[in-house]
Design a protein around this ligand. Sequence first.
Ligand SMILES: NC(=O)c1ccc[n+]([C@@H]2O[C@H](COP(=O)([O-])OP(=O)(O)OC[C@H]3O[C@@H](n4cnc5c(N)ncnc54)[C@H](O)[C@@H]3O)[C@@H](O)[C@H]2O)c1
Length: 278
Amino acid sequence: MTGWLEGNVALITGGGSGLGRAVAERFLDEGASVVVADRDPAKLSELVESAGGRADRIHTVEADVRSTADQHRAVSEAVARFGKLDTLVPNAGIWDYQRSITRLDGESLSAAFDELFAINVKGYLLAVEAAWRELVKTRGSIVMTLSNSAFYPNGGGPLYTASKHACRGLVLELAYELAPKVRVNGVAAGGMRTDLRGPESMGMADRSIETSFARSATTGDNPLLPLHDASVDPADFTAPYVLLASSANSSNITGAIIPVDGGIAARGFRTAAGGDDL
Ligand SMILES: NC(=O)c1ccc[n+]([C@@H]2O[C@H](COP(=O)([O-])OP(=O)(O)OC[C@H]3O[C@@H](n4cnc5c(N)ncnc54)[C@H](O)[C@@H]3O)[C@@H](O)[C@H]2O)c1
């Protein structure tokens, strides 16, 4: 049986762990060749070592998504190694550990804004700037990792929520600007167990979201979300990426965002946050 992405060449930023890595592995399963750009060389080596017989369809690039030179090098290496680029997945990101405005002073807010937006927003835009010319040649597509935080509060603090709303804007604007040759879509993923880190400027570079999930008790027959609790496996989020990367199956879809979040939109009213404690 052939996969949905047979012959596709995809570049995934932040594919060294978590969701990006799960997408890379799923794309390999579907027949694609993948280029993974990540700032952590240990994660890149581990990805290649665990790839077994599929290692010849993986190319890794040590890159920081805040650097336009690194982003262009990733695209050049993709084309040099596999001959073209069909799919770009801007995905590398960090979280703000839901640090609310009431717990940030102006100086730390300013520094964390610059760091988080440089990775979560500028990193996506620089990836597109580096890749769009190659994507035009292949009539390819872009699939951005968004979040429930691109639509709803309380999936982060104001910094993370604003960054993911900004990326929702990028999906729409870039879908408009790159049509009809390049499609641009997004996947609004809900919470999952990954190694998602926080801003270095907030002293959170070594914190991992995995420990937050490990601390919070699973909710059994009263799940946090309509379909399940929040701590799902990243592999459960990868199918929409395959659909949106496959020109044979989504050639008429652009500017769309698929929510994969356990049904947040269907959970109804909950309590207000601040209340009398403010
Ligand atoms: N974990 C969740 O609950 C969740 C939910 C919704 C959306 N997301 C989004 O998924 C995406 C992937 O995050 P994840 O949860 O898989 O976390 P993760 O930390 O496991 O993976 C992110 C990867 O990005 C890399 N990275 C971080 N900053 C980078 C930079 N400046 N340059 C290059 N690489 C960099 C990291 O080394 C890491 O390998 C992010 O955009 C995140 O916002 C995560």
